[in-house]
Design a protein around this ligand. Structure first.
Ligand SMILES: [Zn+2]
Length: 424
């Protein structure tokens, strides 16, 4: 539903001029007030006596809620409840958010004030607003929403509480709890909304995988090697992968036990990894079907590091480019294709030489493309195991490689391996 449609609805409900309502609505929405809240506040402003706008919304199953539903009444079990602060109309506001489930499905919610429910409670939310977030419906628990505790628990088939293994953590999760080891951590100074502040950033690991994290309000317990339980974290996308965000409201405790961090990256099919929308540390095994343009000997802008063409940086214009080596190899495993991006070190290994060797080869051939051609001859048609950070965007899936190794793809060896596997 467009803002115009919302304005028209509201104007006809309230019997007032549409343009006037629309202007108010635009104003509120421009301050990031959710549409439902904005409409409620205009109902109050224009004196709609029937709070909530006429008939109470009907009871809905979560699976049936659609993004263009106005308000709904839902009976559901609270799975998670996270707390964090957001900047809203120039001020810091504390919000509560998490996930609800009934027998038909799950839905995320945001509450703009503290709400009288905790994970595990089964509640009926009366007159909850529905808004769209990244294409999915989400519930908005506002001033006009009623909360009634149900006597009976629902059979929801989802685990209550936000405990998650790192491999299962997804962008958009709130109220998440992880038990993990701090694999890497560094203190950074950022220019935050309240001036310069120190934050922590690094990598967490558990038995299932690794993820980057940021602690916006440094907790002393977060030290390299520490085994921790972190409660009430939220998950954002950072460079295409899920990142665990720890805030002033998160609880960080030392674990009495050690946490094993798997040395191996989780192996996934390319198709599965791409569908997941991004994985911080993943291994894919597939055949190199092509080496893309922009591989081999390349030049980067000394200012911004971006690859330049004919001495021209898109941002910095005419620059004196710096030579570098890179490979962008398309790796396909039959379920999908990713572009493995190899840095200078990994490129040196597959090329069998460094940037000086590449320059020399290019000079002799009077063509720098020969470096990419040499790499093509070595890798195309062969099977590789690529490990790294997978990010997915509208242009495709990039696997920023930390490892790029030939698998043992000698046909005879493969046959032997297969026989052993069958025999085992
Ligand atoms: Zn530049």
């Amino acid at each position: 539903m467009s803002l115009d449609d919302h304005a028209e609805d509201l104007a006809s409900d309230l019997g007032v001029d549409k343009e006037e309502v629309k202007e108010d609505l635009e104003n509120l929405v421009s301050y990031s007030v959710p549409m439902d809240e904005a409409k409620q506040s205009l109902r109050r402003k224009y004196g709609d006596g029937s709070e909530g706008g006429g008939a109470a919304p009907s009871e809905a199953d979560i699976a049936d809620i659609e993004t263009d539903d106005g308000n709904v009444t839902v009976t559901a079990t609270v799975l998670t409840k996270g707390k964090r602060s957001i900047r809203y109309q120039g001020e810091n506001n504390v919000i509560y958010e998490g996930r609800l489930a009934d027998g038909t499905g799950v839905i995320d919610y945001t509450a703009w004030t503290d709400v009288d429910f905790e994970p595990g409670d089964t509640v009926t939310l009366g007159n909850a607003g529905v808004r769209e977030w990244e294409g999915e419906p989400e519930l908005n628990v506002g001033e006009s929403t009623t909360v009634a505790h149900a006597d009976e628990d629902l059979d929801v088939g989802y685990e209550v509480g936000g405990d998650a293994d790192l491999i299962d953590v997804q962008v958009g999760d709130r109220g998440v709890n992880v038990a993990a080891r701090v694999v890497e951590v560094e203190t950074r100074t950022i220019d935050g909304r309240d001036g310069e502040t120190e934050i922590l950033s690094g990598v967490l690991g558990d038995e299932t995988g690794r993820l980057p994290f940021t602690d916006w309000d440094p907790h002393p317990a977060i030290e390299e090697g520490a085994a921790l339980r972190i409660e009430n974290a939220y998950v954002r996308e950072y460079r295409g992968v899920p990142s665990v965000n720890v805030s002033e409201f998160s609880r960080v405790d030392a674990l009495a036990r050690a946490v094993d961090v798997s040395a191996a990256a989780p192996r996934m099919d390319a198709g599965e990894a791409i569908r997941s929308g991004g994985v911080y540390d993943v291994a894919v095994v597939g055949n190199v079907i092509a080496v893309r343009d922009g591989s081999g000997l390349i030049q980067r802008c000394p200012e911004c590091g971006r690859v330049i063409q004919k001495g021209q940086c898109r941002t910095h214009g005419d620059v004196d480019g710096e030579d570098d080596l890179r490979v962008k190899a398309i790796v396909d495993d039959g379920t999908g294709a990713v572009t493995a991006v190899l840095d200078e070190g990994l490129t040196e290994e597959v090329y069998g030489g460094d940037v000086d060797d590449a320059r020399e080869q290019a000079r002799e051939a009077m063509d720098q493309e020969v470096v990419a051609d040499t790499i093509r001859e070595k890798v195309v048609g062969r099977e590789y195991r690529v490990r790294g950070h997978l990010s997915v965007d509208e242009y495709g899936a990039n696997l920023d490689a930390t490892e790029f190794e030939r698998t043992d793809d000698d046909p005879a060896d493969k046959a032997t391996a297969l026989i052993e596997e069958v025999g085992a």
